[in-house]
Structure formats: structure tokens, C-alpha cells
Write a protein that binds this ligand. Structure first.
Ligand code: HPA
Length: 265
């Protein structure tokens, strides 16, 4: 199954070998307008590939040059809460490695667990907590088991991104991302518990991809767009449309950071 997908992607990319993959989370799809003459591959055309069923997620690869890099953007992702087997996420991420990708940049929308990090903020992920009770590496693996996760989010790439943000005058928080399975938002009690765990933001994605990317020895950078304060930290109820709107507004700041990063690093 993997070989089919890989061959299909290689044929479509026609000799283009991406070095950087960027997963564009909810509402961040327009980043790809920076690519001139992109190669576009809808997930639906790829043999056996899962396609996103959530609004805000387009579901296609968009490859081309940005700055100094050959990038492949994933415009939209599938989530475990859509019923996806975590193994599928492992396979898709492994494929990026097989296409030549060495750096894996994940973006996502997340709820803040800190009153001082309101909706519209950006958070550089320094580490994560896998609270999803799922793991993409379960089952027989080709490589070694028990990958080391003690430096999952590359310190050097993080420092470079922080420097760019400072120079561009864009506030970039740093914090720990906790993944829940979803699809419901948290209860206020869960938000308090996650805060006590030491997490700064909560979301429903990214961790399976990052675990696999680390396993595949890619360098990882992760940034959350804070779309809302977690349940109970705000008097408003949470809904997906508000989340998408905030993410799209804050997404322009993130696009600029990513663009500068690709131009310089
Ligand atoms: N919780 C979980 N996932 C999310 C949230 C949230 O508050 N906001 C955006 N994705």
C-alpha cells in the first residue's frame, strides 16, 4: 500500500525533491499562495490516502519553492477523531521522509490553558504531552522501537524562529502542547487538570505526526495558533466557526514568520 502511494507522489512531483514539509492546520491554507507554479496533488487522487472531512481543511499537497527551500505543504490534515487509524498518520509522515524531507514543520489551532495567552496568540511548541491514548508507532516497525523523545522539537530551529519573531516584532509565546483525542472540546475540569499537568495549550492533532517525524529522524518545529481560551477560562461557549475565524486572522502573522524562516534558515 505504501509503495503505491509513494510511487504516485514521486510521479506527480516529477523529480522535485522537497526538503521541508509544512502541515497547515485549520484556516492556514492560504500560506501556499507564496508558491509560484505549485505542484498540486489532492489527497483524494492518491491511492489509499485518507481525506479530511472537517471544514477549514482543504486536503491537498502543494509543492514548490519558498525562499531557499523546496517545500511540500500539506493543506489540511486528517485527525484521529475522524476515525483515522494512527498507523495511517505514521505512514503519511514516513512517506514525506521517503520523498526526501528532512525538516517537518507542524502548525495547528489550539485552545489556550493560560489566561495570559489569549485567542489570536502564537505559541512555539517546546514539548508535548500525548494525552490521546493513541500511538502511531504501535505494531511492527521497520526501524528501532522506543524512539527517544527527549528533544522532539529541535532546539536550534526553535531559537532561529524566536529570533525571527523578535525581529519582526511578532509576539511568540513558548509552551507545551497537549493532545486530546477529541472531537469534543474540553470541560472546565479537564482544562484545569491539563494546566496542572504543565501544559499551555490543548489541541487534537500534531502529536502523532511529530512522534513519527522524530522516529524518522526529521527535525521538527511546531507552532500553535491560539484560537480560543480553554473551556472555563472564558465566559463564551466554544464553536468551530469562531475558532476558524480567529485562526485565519492570526494565520497571517504565522505566514510571515514561516516565510521569513524559509528565506533565512
Ligand atoms: N481544545 C481542543 N482543541 C482545540 C481547541 C480547544 O480548545 N481549540 C482549537 N482546537
Amino acid at each position: 500500500m505504501t509503495d503505491d502511494m509513494l510511487k504516485f507522489l514521486k510521479d506527480k512531483l516529477n523529480g522535485f525533491e522537497p526538503d521541508t514539509a509544512i502541515v497547515l492546520g485549520s484556516g492556514l491554507g492560504s500560506f501556499t499562495s507564496l508558491i509560484k507554479d505549485p505542484i498540486i496533488i489532492p489527497y483524494a487522487d492518491i491511492p489509499h490516502a485518507p481525506t479530511p472531512s472537517v471544514s477549514g481543511h482543504q486536503g491537498r499537497f502543494c509543492a514548490g519553492i519558498i525562499g531557499r527551500h523546496k517545500v511540500i505543504c500539506l493543506q489540511g490534515r486528517t485527525h484521529l477523531y475522524e476515525g483515522l487509524n494512527p498507523h495511517m498518520i505514521a505512514m503519511s509522515t514516513q512517506q514525506l521522509k521517503d520523498l526526501g524531507v528532512k525538516r517537518f514543520i507542524a502548525t495547528n489551532a489550539a485552545g489556550s490553558l493560560r489566561a495570559d495567552m489569549p485567542a489570536g496568540s502564537l505559541m512555539l511548541i517546546s514539548d508535548h504531552i500525548n494525552f490521546s491514548a493513541r500511538n502511531p508507532l504501535l505494531g511492527p516497525q521497520k526501524g528501532a522501537h522506543f524512539p527517544d523523545m527527549s528533544a522532539a522539537y529541535d532546539a536550534d530551529l526553535r531559537q532561529k524562529m524566536l529570533k525571527i519573531a523578535k525581529r519582526e516584532n511578532i509576539k511568540l509565546h513558548e509552551g507545551i502542547y497537549l493532545m486530546v483525542l477529541g472531537p469534543n472540546y474540553e470541560t472546565p475540569a479537564e482544562v484545569r487538570m491539563f494546566r496542572n499537568f504543565g501544559a499551555d495549550a490543548v489541541g487534537m492533532s500534531t502529536v502523532p505526526e511529530v512522534i513519527t517525524a522524530v522516529y524518522c529522524e526529521m527535525k521538527v518545529l511546531g507552532i500553535s495558533v491560539i484560537s480560543n481560551l480553554g473551556a472555563g477560562l472564558n465566559k463564551d461557549n466554544l464553536n468551530h466557526e469562531d475558532v476558524l475565524k480567529t485562526v485565519t486572522d492570526a494565520g497571517s502573522k504565522l505566514s510571515l514568520l514561516l516565510q521569513r524562516f524559509l528565506e533565512e534558515e
